[in-house]
Design a protein around this ligand. Structure first.
Ligand code: PMV
Length: 315
């Protein structure tokens, strides 16, 4: 049996903008998806998805999950018609929208598959395979999710729009910082959200281009204040980032509600994270006490919350 894991991620700056070549900042979380892959004599490809997840997540993602596995098999040069496999998915990363659950599971499966088939693959190759799988979930993904899921840590990411290698730089901060992720409970389709932005950007350039310009300026400033460990400023920039995401119409009333709730409870900053249209918000809540205050208030309102940290170095 082959085993593998992939990190969950939280995009701190510039989801969506990264698809169009603007840099983004992403952090792996200390939660991961785990996979086990075992060759079978017969029975086709069986997927047993035992991850904790939001209601409706598995049903909504089932077809995309199947396509993603087929894409992976293809790039790994394994003929799905010639083999039968038992694929198990678990781990402590919940199946929520917006925390890179799909990319984390693709990395986990690619690693487990490679082990089961005796392939000795580098992280770079695993990342390429997971990128192919991500196309099933995100249409034209930037690659930021699979990069964080493969390598872990805090990453500065810029997609190369000409098809060459993407820019992936490791960032380091003084120490890991507490955040919370709160789930709206609305399962969103990243592929549709990404497509929607591309269409509107093309149709309304005079409205959309300024948001892209501001997002580019903001992310350079964010990198600086993160590296300076100026958390108040990081929080302010997260708030600004949320406004830009509202501008390109990927937020929704549930996300805006949670963002406000987190800010009202003293979070240094809060924004939607990931594809939007539902899924999660991320709030910067340095220190266990603030993290607990924000998390428990949101939970009392009936939402699911994940308490975690950003900036953890990959072990
Ligand atoms: O919804 P998630 O967690 O898969 O995040 C998607 C991030 C996007 O920027 C919207 C798409 C991408 O490929 O970068």
């Amino acid at each position: 049996m082959g085993r593998g894991s992939g990190f969950g991620k939280v995009i701190l700056f510039n989801e969506h903008f990264v698809v169009h070549g603007i840099p983004g900042i992403v952090s792996a979380m200390d939660s991961a998806a785990d996979a086990k892959v075992k060759k079978l004599d017969k029975g086709g490809i069986i997927v047993r998805d035992e991850r904790k997840r939001a209601k409706g997540y598995a049903e909504k993602k089932k077809i995309q999950q199947k396509e993603s596995i087929n894409r992976m098999l293809q790039v790994m040069e394994i003929d799905p018609k010639q083999i039968s496999l038992d694929i198990w998915l678990g781990g402590n990363l919940p199946g929520f929208s917006g925390i890179g659950a799909s990319a984390a599971s693709s990395v986990a499966i690619a690693r487990a598959m490679a082990e089961e088939f005796g392939m000795n693959l580098s992280d770079e190759r695993i990342n390429e395979i997971a990128y192919e799988a991500e196309k099933a979930y995100a249409g034209t993904p930037s690659g930021i999710d699979n990069t964080a899921a493969t390598f872990g840590g805090l990453i500065w990411f810029k997609k190369n729009l000409e098809g060459g290698p993407n820019t992936i730089e490791r960032l380091s901060i003084d120490k890991p910082v507490e955040i919370i992720l709160a789930n709206t409970g609305v399962v969103a389709d990243t592929k549709q959200m990404v497509l929607g932005v591309a269409e509107r950007k093309k149709k309304y350039p005079e409205k959309y281009n300024p948001f892209f310009k501001q997002a580019e300026e903001l992310v350079f400033e964010a990198r600086k204040v993160l590296e300076d460990f100026d958390l108040k400023k990081v929080g302010e920039l997260m708030n600004e980032s949320h406004s830009l995401l509202q501008g390109i119409e990927v937020s929704c009333k549930e996300l805006d509600y949670l963002v406000k709730l987190a800010r009202d409870q003293g979070a240094f900053g809060a924004k939607m994270t990931g594809g939007g249209g539902g899924g999660c918000i991320v709030a910067l809540t340095p220190g266990k006490e603030l993290q607990e205050t924000v998390a428990s208030t949101i939970e009392k309102e009936g939402f699911k919350v994940l308490r975690t940290k950003v900036g953890i170095k990959k072990s």
